[in-house]
Design a protein around this ligand. Structure first.
Ligand code: PLP
Length: 415
C-alpha cells in the first residue's frame, strides 16, 4: 500500500476479517443508533431549532451528574479542557491546590496546576492504590489559614484501574470545616459507575464524551456547584475559550459562544436517551457485573494480578493486568492488535510494559467481553505467558451465569 493510502486508512480498512474489538478504556464503542444520529447533514449552528437540541441536553446532563442545584456545561474539547476550565474559572494565580497522585491522570491534573501557575501540593500515593483520605486530612488540618483553595480527586484512575472514594474526601473537608472547593475527575467513571454530585458535595465534576457517554471524543462535560459558580466571581485568572461564565450564559440561551459540533450533539441526544432508557443505576450495576466477570477471568482464570492492590480500589470501568516478571506487556498489546484485531489499553508511564488494560465501559455486554478476554489470553500465550487456554473465559462465564444482576459498590448510593 502507498504511504498515502495507509495514512487514509481507518481501522475498518485493515483487511482483517470480522469486527475490530475496541477494548481500550476510552474511546469506547459508539452504539449504531448514536453513529447514525451523528451521520447527518451539516446545519447552521445558529438556526432557530438549535436551542431545542441544546437546552434539554444541559438539563438531562444534570440528571446524569446527579445535581439539582448545580449547572452543567460542555465544551467542544476533550476532558482535559474541562480540567482547565474548572481551575481557571474559579481560582487565582498562586492558589494552593491539594491533590493525590497515583497514576498518569491524577498526576497530569496536578501537573496542569503547576503549568497554569497555581501551587499544587502533591500527595504521592503508591500506584495501584487511590486517594487516601488520611493524607488529605493531614494536609487540610495543618492548613489553619485556609490557603488551600481547591482539592482534587481522580475518581477513576484509568492508568491503573483504581477507584477512589470521593465521599470520604468530602467527609474530611466537612469534618475539618475546610472551605476548599472539591473538584473531581470523573472522565472514566461518570455515566458508568456511581457518581453523586449534590450528595457528595462536589463543586466541579469533569468528564468527557468518549467513555461512559458512548460518543466519539470531542465534548468535555463539566458540572459546577453553586459554590464553584460563586467562586468564579472572585477569580481574576484570564479566561477566553474555556470561560465557564460565558458558556453558562450562552447555553442558557440554547447556543454556544462559538461553533459547536452539532453532529456530536445530535449523537449526544441519542446517547442520553439510551442512558435513560437503561436507567443510570442499572448502568452502574451492569458495569459492576461486567467488571467483576473480567476480574474473575484475570485473577481466578489466569492467576494474574490486577494493578489495583485491594478490592476497595477496584475500578468498574477498567482493569489493568500485571504481566508476570520478565514479560513485556506492550508485546501482548501489539500481538492482540495485529493478530487478533483487538485493541487493549497500554501501560502508561511508570507501568509501561508492565501492564495491559481491558476497558469495560460504555455500550458493552458479556459476549463482547469474552472477545477481549480470549483475545488477550491468546496474545499472552503467543508471547510465552503461561496461562491455561480457555481459563479466562471459563472463570468469567462461571461468574456471569451464576450472578444475574450486578451490585452497587458505593454504600451510600446503594442505600
Ligand atoms: N482523566 C482521566 C481519568 C482519563 O482517563 C483521561 C483520559 O483518558 C483524562 C482525564 C483526559 O481526558 P481527555 O483525553 O478526554 O482529555
Amino acid at each position: 500500500l502507498s504511504i498515502r493510502r495507509q495514512r487514509q486508512m481507518c481501522i475498518r480498512d485493515r483487511h482483517m476479517s470480522g469486527y475490530h474489538f475496541l477494548f481500550v478504556p476510552g474511546p469506547s464503542n459508539v452504539p449504531a443508533a448514536v453513529q447514525q444520529a451523528i451521520h447527518c447533514p451539516m446545519e447552521d449552528h445558529r438556526n432557530p431549532t438549535i436551542p431545542d437540541l441544546i437546552q434539554p441536553i444541559t438539563q438531562d446532563l444534570k440528571k446524569i451528574l446527579r445535581t439539582e442545584t448545580g449547572k452543567v456545561v460542555f465544551f467542544p474539547s476533550s476532558g482535559t479542557g474541562c480540567w482547565e476550565a474548572a481551575l481557571q474559572s474559579t481560582l487565582n494565580v498562586g492558589d494552593k491546590v491539594l491533590g493525590a497522585s497515583f497514576g498518569q491522570f491524577s498526576y497530569l491534573w496536578l501537573d496542569m496546576c503547576k503549568r497554569l501557575k497555581f501551587e499544587p501540593i502533591t500527595m504521592e500515593e503508591e500506584w495501584g492504590t487511590g486517594a487516601n483520605p488520611e493524607s488529605y486530612h493531614k494536609h487540610l488540618s495543618e492548613d489553619k489559614n485556609h490557603e488551600i483553595k481547591c482539592v482534587l480527586v481522580c475518581q477513576n484512575e484509568t492508568a491503573t484501574g483504581v477507584r477512589s472514594d470521593v465521599e470520604a474526601i468530602r467527609k474530611v473537608l466537612d469534618d475539618l470545616n475546610h472551605p476548599a472547593l472539591l473538584f473531581v475527575d470523573g472522565v472514566s467513571s461518570v455515566a458508568s459507575y456511581e457518581f453523586e454530585m449534590d450528595k457528595w458535595g462536589v463543586d466541579a465534576i469533569v468528564s468527557g464524551s468518549q467513555k461512559g457517554f458512548m460518543l466519539p471524543a470531542g465534548l468535555g462535560i463539566l458540572g459546577m456547584s453553586q459554590k464553584a459558580i460563586d467562586a468564579m466571581k472572585n477569580s481574576t485568572y484570564p479566561t477566553c475559550y474555556f470561560d465557564v461564565a460565558d458558556m453558562i450564559e450562552k447555553l442558557d440561551g440554547g447556543y454556544l459562544p462559538y461553533t459547536p459540533p452539532v453532529n456530536l450533539l445530535r449523537g449526544f441526544r441519542v446517547a442520553i436517551d439510551m442512558i435513560f432508557e437503561e436507567g443510570l443505576e442499572n448502568i452502574w450495576k451492569r458495569h459492576y457485573r461486567l467488571a467483576e466477570g473480567t476480574r474473575r477471568a484475570i485473577t481466578e482464570g489466569w492467576g494474574l494480578n490486577l494493578c489495583a492492590k485491594e478490592e476497595k480500589w477496584y475500578s468498574d470501568t477498567v482493569s489493568a493486568i500485571v504481566v508476570p516478571e520478565g514479560f513485556d506487556a506492550s508485546k501482548v498489546i501489539s500481538t492482540a492488535f495485529n493478530k487478533y484485531n483487538l485493541a487493549l489499553g497500554a501501560g502508561l508511564s511508570k507501568v509501561a510494559g508492565k501492564v495491559f488494560r481491558i476497558g469495560h465501559l460504555g455500550d458493552l455486554n458479556e459476549c463482547m467481553l469474552f472477545g477481549a478476554i480470549s483475545g488477550a489470553e491468546m496474545a499472552m500465550l503467543d508471547n510465552g505467558i503461561k496461562v491455561e487456554p480457555g481459563s479466562g473465559a471459563a472463570a468469567a462465564s462461571k461468574y456471569w451465569s451464576q450472578n444475574v444482576s450486578g451490585e452497587l459498590k458505593s454504600k451510600s448510593v446503594a442505600k
